[in-house]
Write a protein that binds this ligand. Structure first.
Ligand code: PDD
Length: 286
């Protein structure tokens, strides 16, 4: 059986352990309350991609929920590197989770908690070229999540139900709307293209600021593609020339149908092609 090495800090001391032996207490607040923060970091050619930005977001999320940061940035990067080095693949997906730790069950934070830190890595499975060439189908739904979507919290029930809704509709992602405006996918940011302009919802409490949000801004600037951050109506999404998803796993991916409605020409469009090519160059230059 595949039994990769993972990093687990339980009871204060951390080590690399075979996955099958990595155990946490049932009283861990991650298990009891979903009281935790996580990051998903792609690795290309044995090098973490946009590690600095992932670290900055981790710190923002920890601060937002009043969780003490158990490690310096250098220590975090070393731990991630250790897990990465314990795996043979060149391209990996690192997963890091930190919870508030183990305590008798009580909603408010107990004093003097020792955070539980867990890091694993999985082989990176890219979106196939067939899927990329055709584009993907999504389904629209009302955003039913809480109002702190900017925090990368392990409390993901709203996202889990949105992802399940997509599966049940034979779709890649649910595209969520709140009060008639676009928010994001169940595990991706969503963009529309109108004419030659890329438009994405503002970085506020209603969406997670993906690491690819900033990257798309950089790629658009370098390609001289105008990008606007503003509220996007449901009608604008359906009338868009192109719709794009971005996330660690999807990189940038074209949406060609939402519900039963074709987007643009029903094929990945020219702005997608340009941004996907630029994304591959950014990976190569990492
Ligand atoms: N999810 N919005 C949500 C709700 C997400 O869960 C994600 C990523 C993103 C895109 O963020 P990034 O560009 O940093 O991947 C936006 C990760 C991949 C996950 O939960 O597995």
């Amino acid at each position: 059986m595949n039994n990769p090495l993972v990093y687990l800090n339980s009871n204060g001391s951390g080590s690399l352990t075979p996955l099958s032996e990595a155990k946490v207490s049932v009283l861990d607040r991650g298990f009891i309350f979903g009281d935790g923060i996580y990051e998903v970091i792609p690795v290309y050619a044995k090098k973490m991609f946009r590690a600095e930005q992932h670290m900055a977001r981790l710190l923002r999320s920890l601060a937002a929920i009043g969780m003490p940061n158990p490690h310096s940035k250098e220590e975090w990067l070393q731990l991630l590197q250790q897990v990465m080095d314990a795996h043979s693949g060149d391209d990996q997906m690192l997963y890091l989770q930190v919870t508030r730790g183990v305590a008798k069950r009580a909603h408010a934070f107990p004093a003097e908690m020792v955070p539980t830190v867990f890091i694993m890595s999985n082989p990176l499975t890219p979106i196939s070229s067939e899927v990329r060439a055709k584009g993907v189908i999504c389904v629209a739904m009302e955003d039913q999540r809480w109002l702190h979507c900017e925090i990368k919290s392990t409390s993901l029930l709203g996202n889990v139900l949105a992802a399940q809704n997509a599966v049940e509709h034979g779709a890649m992602e649910s595209i969520q709307f709140r009060d008639g405006y676009l928010t994001e996918g169940s595990s991706s940011n969503v963009w529309i293209v109108k004419g030659d302009v890329v438009i994405g919802p503002p970085k506020d409490n209603l969406i997670l600021e993906g690491i690819r949000y900033g990257l798309l801004q950089e790629l658009c600037a370098a390609q001289q593609i105008p990008l606007q951050e503003r509220r996007v109506t449901r009608a604008e999404v359906f009338a868009a020339d192109e719709v794009l998803l971005t996330s660690a796993g999807k990189e940038v991916l074209a949406v060609v149908k939402i519900d039963d409605q074709t987007i643009g020409k029903g094929l990945p469009g020219p702005i997608y092609q340009q941004l996907y090519a630029a994304y591959q160059e950014a990976k190569a230059a990492n």
